[in-house]
Design a protein around this ligand. Structure first.
Ligand SMILES: Nc1ncnc2c1ncn2[C@@H]1O[C@H](COP(=O)(O)OP(=O)(O)OP(=O)(O)O)[C@@H](O)[C@H]1O
Ligand SMILES: [Mg+2]
Length: 308
């Protein structure tokens, strides 16, 4: 499968008088054509920096990146024609309505007036915006504005879509409409590069995941590849009944409300279930979620945040 995106040793240093910040430190990443890549990581991990370099709005300081076969530095024009981007926290022009917004975006990208009108109507309907298509953006809620941006890029003919937190601030139903639009785009063999802090969303949408931490790629691959890296692949929840010390001996223990939550290995999970049966204690056990994996991989040392 050809690669829609290929990064090698990508670095970005932000410099200012008296200081600098290395936002990316040698990232290697591939995104196969027609797949959804979910880039996850804590605040400040470097996700937006990576996405801005890939979408040619920021230059790398070292390393290389090819997008759709073109170098993002020397051949940026050819990249721009074939991608569409929703930057983090971007807002549509406030004096247009969603219908005009999508329509003008498409005509600027070279669609005929008729096709632009048709595609705009279709995308707005898909994102549940038909009711608001004639309402000026300044009178729309934040979530509706965000959805108008999603409609705009979805309606375009771009082969590769960069979506930086496209669903932040959306209600659960609106989020699902964005998910559907992303799934439909992927079915049509478009490539989606997505960042999100909603790990259920990353899990539900992504063919492959990449985990950034302090500018370095900590892991990448399918959900199962990441699960295999989790130190403790089982999550156990149990109410009182076991002494705390005993639970602690099985793995990483924390108190969540009225219950104990434990990350543990397979052998330990089996042993604990047996002990619970003997003692008549109820316990729930299952494989870790993507969020659990994330917490295990990057959550151990909170002091890393903001560190040079
Ligand atoms: N223009 C800038 N000048 C200086 N430092 C910057 C600039 N933009 C980002 N940074 C720093 O680079 C690092 C990576 O930032 P980036 O915005 O890429 O993170 P992110 O993973 O997108 O975070 P978030 O989840 O909060 O959106 C952070 O330490 C940030 O403070
Ligand atoms: Mg960001």
């Amino acid at each position: 499968m050809p690669q829609a995106l290929l990064a090698r040793g990508l670095c970005r240093r932000y410099s200012w008088s008296g200081g600098h910040q290395d936002a990316l430190r040698g990232v290697d990443l591939e995104v196969p054509t027609g797949t959804v890549l979910g880039l996850i990581g804590r605040n400040g991990a470097g996700k937006t920096t990576f996405l801005r370099i890939a979408s040619t709005s920021l230059l790398p300081t070292a390393g290389s990146m090819q997008v759709l076969g073109h170098d993002v530095v020397t051949d940026a024009v050819n990249v721009r024609e074939r991608i569409a981007v929703i930057p983090q926290e971007s807002r549509p022009f406030y004096w247009m309505n969603p219908r005009e917004l999508v329509y003008y975006y498409l005509t600027m990208r070279g669609e005929t007036h008729r096709v632009a009108r048709e595609k705009a109507a279709e995308a707005l309907a898909e994102l549940g915006l038909t009711r608001w298509e004639n309402t000026v953006v300044s009178r729309l809620s934040g979530g509706l504005r965000r959805r108008a941006m999603v409609a705009m890029v979805m309606a375009s003919d771009a082969e590769l879509l960069f979506l930086d937190e496209p669903t932040t601030g959306l209600d659960p139903i609106a989020r699902r409409s964005v998910w559907e639009a992303i799934r439909k785009a992927a079915k049509a063999n478009r490539t989606i590069f997505l960042t999100t802090h909603y790990l259920d969303e990353a899990d539900a949408l992504s063919d492959r995941l990449a985990l950034l931490e302090s500018g370095k790629l900590l892991a990448s691959g399918t959900r199962d590849d990441l699960a295999a890296l989790a130190r403790r692949p089982y999550r156990v929840e149990v109410s009182d009944g076991f002494p705390e010390e005993e639970l602690r001996s099985y793995g990483d223990l924390s108190r969540v409300g009225e219950r104990w939550m434990l990350f543990t290995g397979e052998k330990e999970a089996r042993e604990l279930s047996r002990r619970a049966l003997e003692k008549g204690i109820r316990l729930s056990l299952g494989p870790v979620s993507l969020e659990d994996i994330f917490l295990q991989m990057v959550g151990q040392d909170i002091s890393v945040e903001g560190e040079e």
